[in-house]
Write a protein that binds this ligand. Sequence first.
Ligand code: R1P
Ligand code: URA
Length: 243
Amino acid sequence: MPTPHIEAREGDFADTVLMPGDPLRAQFIAETFLDDVVCVNRVRNMLGFTGTYRGRRISVMGSGMGIPSLSIYAKELITEYGAQRLVRVGSCGAVRDDVGVNDIVIGMGACTDSGVNRTRFGGHDFAAIADFALTRHTVDAARERGTRVKVGNLFSADLFYTPDDAFFHTLQRHGILGVEMEAAGLYGVCAEFGARALTVCTVSDHILKHEALDAQTRQTGFAEMMAITLEGLLRDDQEPSHD
Ligand SMILES: O=P(O)(O)O[C@H]1O[C@H](CO)[C@@H](O)[C@H]1O
Ligand SMILES: O=c1cc[nH]c(=O)[nH]1
């Protein structure tokens, strides 16, 4: 059962795993939002925890940065530990005028410059999309809390330091809500191995306006994103249809 990257034993993970990029954010989420928390992975310091949220067993584990790192963990969580729902809870950069720092965006789809989904999909374009019911339940949870979220396309970049700034204007023109580095990979892995996926991000910086949150806030400052994600999962438990 343990893999080269995860030391947990069978049953240590819940069927639902939250995946921030930052393992210290995973620890913060576990300690802040979950009860009865147990640490289930320390390999490579990619911290993983299992606890309960309002009585519902939930795990949280870092994915690392970028699609290759996330793909290893997501695949193993599904095929070795039985994960059925993987929700990335990340940070992203904005390019649109109407998306600002601290806004919450939900990745209904994710474009990418990565080749991983073509590799797994016979060389063809793969439409990397979130699970619809999970998306709907999270949006409903946000509405009930009075929290505004934007739902649409993310862009999952291989390079954090994009060599050509003009590309950000292309992303803006195409309505991209946020630039991050994992969602398209998560959606591809979950499609291939049969799990349901969603990405919820808090905007940590505006790339074109040169505004940014500091590293500490990216580690511990995303409470509202966590609240709507966790409440969305409880709603999804009550109506788990794949509509
Ligand atoms: O804050 P996280 O969840 O790591 O997400 C974003 O931050 C990292 C880059 O700084 C990338 O992983 C990107 O996707
Ligand atoms: O990947 C990321 C994350 C936050 N901000 C960015 O510009 N890119």
